[in-house]
Design a protein around this ligand. Structure first.
Ligand code: AMP
Length: 507
């Protein structure tokens, strides 16, 4: 998962881009980058690390200009090397820099095509570089140095016709403006806003970002979500153009509401907070129905996403809600931790139990989801060690049984605890006294209640139905090779070495 932002202002945009990336930091902590345009030149800074560590004063001073884009990365398709930090750049036509949130499911085919037919070179393993080159190739079909919004939209339409998967994109084109577009299913979010320019009564400044919270913080009025398949172009002079560039079939990723997005964001007119409250109400009702004979003394969230959910469950069950775990907010980066052993250790560093809330009690722990189950098992153990008499566990998301191919970093199927297992078996593995999952219908209803216009959601991790229709066993096997723990371990080691070389040769 990643976060993207783009701004066309009437004054310098570097600080606003930086601030927006810090607001979107929860969407990716692996790398960050900003590209601005000044004097017909791209100014760029990108590197591995958190926003606060990547940008120093000297970099910010360099990022001059009234137009720019930014990106925070959470690696999904593969590599975490510094060379794959975004935005990416091509020098022709015009000079384009692009940043992307999502995952292309036909990146491999497109890469082959680009090497053979269009003779373009892709220098990294990133699907975003493939996307950029596809767009550049299509934009190159225009003639002359002028570039109209219609020509840009026509190029975007041709891009839609070739690429598949999930993509929310921001790009800047030298001498022209800022472009943003969203895939025809609208799997990944993208929102558009504007504010009156302080120095020019006749102008608006425009902003696009992954989440509305980034616009709120910058004082931009939210105009609307970029529609699935729509493109938005804002010229350097501040004129806004929009066009539908592909037939829409809206199917937003439900996991944004479960786990990823900030609760103060609105995605596709749905308050993420309200959706989580509804998730708690639905799950609470299921627990009240199915566990009516169970004695529960206290409801305890596993911070932080599940706090809003757990509070609703406690109210429905008429039980006290207590913060039994404390999360260390200042935990540093965990260096190269590919396998299960290191991952296990890190949970204990992140969370600690307040034993008075557990001693002699029958506790109901609530989490937003169970993925590998490693965290859940350790948390159940911690609750017991803190003195809990019984430990029940509730997950606000249904069983995750299938890999994610649309930009969420999830393990391969075999590493998912619910893969090929039923609830009782999962319950035993996480060592709980009882386990309950949200039903998928209830999860969908929880979000849809906030916006009944959304007819379907991208829910493949729960039911294996991939909306783009192109996911077959071959692709899943390819993903398996890319993402399994051993593959990650090998890659992270070689990338760490490569990064070191890069670092030694850079700056
Ligand atoms: P585990 O079951 O051990 O993999 O951990 C589940 C926990 O990870 C839950 O508390 C979720 O909040 C969190 N989580 C869910 N999805 C992801 C993800 N894609 N990346 C990182 N953490 C996640």
């Amino acid at each position: 998962m990643c976060g993207i932002v783009g701004i066309v202002g009437t004054g310098p945009v570097n600080q606003a881009l930086y601030d927006s990336l810090t607001v979107l930091q929860h969407r990716g902590q692996d790398a960050a980058g900003i590209v601005t345009i000044s004097d017909n030149t791209f100014k760029q800074r990108k590197a591995n690390g958190l926003v606060k560590d990547v940008f120093e004063t000297r970099h910010m001073q360099r990022l001059k200009g009234n137009i720019g884009i930014g990106h925070v990365r959470y690696p999904t398709a593969g590599s975490s090397s510094a060379a794959e930090a975004q935005p990416f750049y091509v020098n022709s036509p015009f000079g384009i820099a692009l940043a992307h949130n999502g995952n292309l499911t036909n990146a491999k085919e497109l890469r082959d095509l680009q090497t053979r037919q269009t003779r373009r070179h892709i220098n990294t393993t990133s699907d975003s570089e493939v996307l950029l080159n596809t767009f550049a190739y299509e934009l190159d079909k225009t003639e002359g140095t002028d570039l109209s919004a219609d020509e840009i939209f026509a190029a975007v339409s041709r891009v839609h016709a070739q690429i598949r998967g999930a993509y929310a994109v921001v790009a800047v084109i030298i001498g022209h403006g800022l472009l943003a577009f969203r895939d025809p299913n609208g799997i990944r979010p993208l929102v558009l806003g504007r504010r009156k320019a302080e120095d020019r009564a006749d102008r608006y400044e425009y902003m696009v970002a992954s989440e509305s919270v980034a616009l709120d913080v910058q004082g931009f009025e939210i105009l609307r979500d970029v529609a699935p398949g729509e493109a938005v172009y804002i010229s350097s002079a501040g004129e806004l153009f929009t066009q539908q560039c592909a037939t829409a079939n809206h199917c937003p990723c439900i996991f944004e509401y479960v786990y990823f997005a900030r609760p103060d964001s609105f995605i596709d007119k749905v308050s993420v907070y309200a959706a989580r409250v509804h998730m708690g109400q639905k799950l609470g009702a299921k627990i009240a129905r199915q566990w009516k004979d169970l004695d529960i003394d206290v409801v305890i969230p596993i911070p932080e996403t599940s706090c809003d959910i757990a509070l609703e469950i406690a109210q429905i069950l008429n039980k006290p809600y207590r913060q039994g775990f404390v999360k260390n907010r200042y935990i540093g980066r965990t260096f190269i931790m590919p396998g299960q052993t290191q991952r296990k250790k890190s949970v204990r560093n992140k969370l600690n139990a307040i034993s008075s809330e557990f001693k002699g009690k029958r506790v109901l722990l609530v989490d937003d989801s169970i993925v590998r189950g490693t965290t859940s098992a350790q948390i159940v153990d911690m609750a017991r060690e803190a003195g809990a008499e019984k430990v029940y566990f509730a997950s606000a998301a249904p069983e995750i049984r299938f890999p994610n191919v649309y930009g969420i970093d999830m393990p391969v199927a075999s590493e998912l605890i619910a893969y090929g297992r039923e609830v009782d078996e999962i319950c035993q593995l996480i060592r709980a006294d009882g386990l309950i999952f949200q039903d998928l219908n209830d999860l969908e209803a929880a979000v849809r209640e906030c916006n009944p216009e959304i007819k379907q959601f991208e829910t493949s991790v729960f039911n294996g139905k991939y909306i783009t229709g192109d996911i077959n066993d071959d692709y899943l096997a390819f993903l398996n090779n890319l993402r399994n723990d051993d593959a990650k371990a090998d890659r992270e080691w070689s990338e760490a070495t490569a990064d070191l070389e890069l670092y030694n040769g850079e700056n």
